[in-house]
Write a protein that binds this ligand. Structure first.
Ligand code: FAD
Ligand code: DLZ
Length: 505
């Protein structure tokens, strides 16, 4: 009986369930197709990363003695999408069985589930077991809960995996050390440089391909340094453990001019492709506490991002799709300003976030949430436009993780599924966590007027515009009491400054 396996571009794991389900002599197919490369205008570096990592993985499988059919971009022009590829597999091989691990995105999942195999062939979609919680486990946890909160899910997964636990209790006596993780980066603190990597021949070939075929996509290619193999991903993660993890907690929320990566791990892109395993990453970080190589606040903070946020976000996506993507709690409808692509804005913080994004297909979490995300929230930009931008511009972006983060966490467009209140902030927050305001054209201490930081009046204007939706939220009581104490002249100045600024977008 002949069998085939289709491996998607973000399924580059040897333990993939489709590979385990199929016979060892099954024919393996991997395909670079136009629809996946173009369903949004992915950053050029993301396409290089996915294609190069796919090509390296195919070579590894071949070296293990597997039969791999690799359809490179442009060499099979008629195969534009994954349904075409499945049909091509049937035409060339007439397999009785085709296995594919469930795609990470609802869009592609619908394509595969909607594909009708020819008679004599059965398509089996296997679960993606590269996560700690299955869809069923998340749905069971969510069942009957009024609100889904990451913290409680995270605690359950800590207990389940026994990570950072001691005799059934959280190590150190606390579940969460977030309160210790909000330091500003001191001006004289030297952040270690990231190791540079010269592209090998495979990556260099893909860079040429992307430069030629995707020249209209956003982003620079010059700084491409993403790991494209399991070994490179492990090496970079090892560097993070040794050099950055000890400071990860303290400076997790810090931003600084010229420091794109601060002490962040950059493991998101590798985890999402399957080059790293999330549980192994958490256990390797946990070991650093026991060997006293990193403090508990850093290690817990890092593990919470992966065991907590990453798993929770994926659970929300599959529980709530497809309706989730169409909610718009604040009825926001403004177009995305051009500066999200050009970086041409007088706001230093936004400029830094967009420039990092263009140069590295990366910005760290606080830049995504509190700079570009906060601006989109306060300015009332249409969620679909914002979601599309985030899906396009980051090397680690796939809808299952991007959408709940953008739509839910940053924009509160889901009305409170991911977060209990909007992450709205004025310029004071940016000033507290960064040095951007020192060189900005705008004045962070001015509340209104042409030279005031736009975050200041946009913040109060957002709260005023959305009073009916937010004033009843118990976590917003204090800000509304402050707003209510403002006199009419102050409120009019806020409204005028906001209207003028928004008009200028
Ligand atoms: P670190 O800061 O070093 O964190 C370690 C790891 O924890 C990350 O690699 C990631 O796997 C995980 N993690 C941390 N925060 C989250 C989170 N909120 N949700 C899920 N996983 C998390 N992450 C993506 O992987 N893809 C995206 O497309 C994406 N889009 C985002 C959009 C917005 C608006 C926001 C606010 C966050 C988004 N995130 C996304 C989450 C987070 O910002 C990135 O995972 C992180 O910045 C990646 O950098 P890093 O690998 O250096 O992570
Ligand atoms: C992101 C991406 C890109 C750019 N190209 C391909 C491709 O040509 N072939 C492929 O199999 N996968 C690609 N991917 C990853 C898919 O988009 C990803 O598997 C789905 O979005 C599901 O997460």
């Amino acid at each position: 009986m002949s069998e085939a396996v289709l491996i998607l571009g973000d399924q580059l794991s040897f333990s993939l369930s489709s590979l385990e389900a199929a016979a060892p002599d099954a024919d393996i197919f991997m395909a670079e197709v136009a629809d996946e490369a173009n369903y949004v205008g992915h950053h050029k570096q993301k396409i290089v990363l996915v294609f190069s990592a796919m090509r390296h993985f195919a070579e590894k499988l071949r070296a293990q003695g597997r039969k791999v059919h690799y359809l490179a971009y442009g060499e099979h022009a008629k195969l534009t999408n994954m349904a075409d590829v499945l049909t091509h597999i049937c035409d060339t091989l007439e397999p009785q069985k085709i296995y594919v691990t469930e795609p990470g995105e609802y869009r592609l999942d619908s394509v595969l589930r909607g594909w009708v195999p020819p008679s004599g062939t059965a398509l089996t979609i296997t679960p993606d077991t590269r996560f700690i919680a299955s869809h069923e486990a998340f749905a069971q946890w969510a069942e009957g809960r009024k609100q889904l909160r990451m913290e409680y899910f995270y605690r359950d997964l800590r207990r389940q995996t026994d990570i950072l636990m001691q005799d059934g209790e959280p190590l150190g006596g606390q579940w969460n050390y977030d309160a210790e993780n909000r330091k500003k980066l001191p001006a004289d603190q030297i952040v270690p440089p990231r190791p540079r990597r010269q592209p090998d021949a495979v990556t260099a070939g893909v860079i040429d391909l992307v430069a030629a075929r995707f020249s209209n996509h956003f982003g620079d290619l010059e700084n491409f340094a993403w790991p494209v193999t399991h070994e490179e991903a492990e090496a970079d993660f090892g560097y993070f453990l040794d050099t950055c993890l000890p400071h990860f907690g303290d400076y997790q929320d810090a931003m600084k001019t010229g420091e794109v990566f601060v002490y962040h791990s950059l493991v998101g892109a590798s985890l999402n492709l399957g080059l790293l395993d999330p549980l192994a990453v958490c256990r390797a970080a946990e070991a650093r506490v026991h060997t006293h190589q990193a403090p508990l606040n850093a290690v817990e903070g890092f593990i919470r991002q992966i065991l907590g946020w990453r798993e929770f976000i994926r659970g929300v996506y599959w529980l709530k799709m497809p309706d989730y993507a169409h909610t718009n709690y604040f009825e926001a409808d403004r177009a995305l300003p051009d500066f999200y692509y050009t970086g041409e804005t007088r706001m230093a913080c936004l400029r830094a976030a967009v420039e990092a994004t263009r140069e590295h297909a990366y910005a760290h979490h606080i830049q995504r949430l509190m700079i570009t995300g906060n601006f989109a929230l306060l300015a009332g930009i249409a969620p679909q436009a914002v979601n599309q931008w985030y899906l396009e511009v980051y090397a680690d972006a796939y809808e299952w993780v991007q959408l709940p983060n953008t739509h839910g966490m940053a924009l509160f467009a889901d009305g409170g599924v991911v977060g209990s209140k909007p992450y709205a902030a004025s310029g004071a927050y940016v000033n507290r966590m960064s040095d951007y305001c020192r060189t900005c054209d705008y004045k962070v201490k001015e509340p209104t007027g042409d030279t005031a930081c736009p975050f200041n009046y946009l913040y109060w204007d957002f709260l005023t515009r959305n009073r009916d939706k937010l004033a009843g939220n118990p976590r917003m009581g204090m800000v509304y009491r402050t707003l209510d104490k403002m006199d009419d002249a102050r409120r009019a100045a806020i409204s005028d400054s906001a209207a003028k600024f928004l008009e200028s977008l």
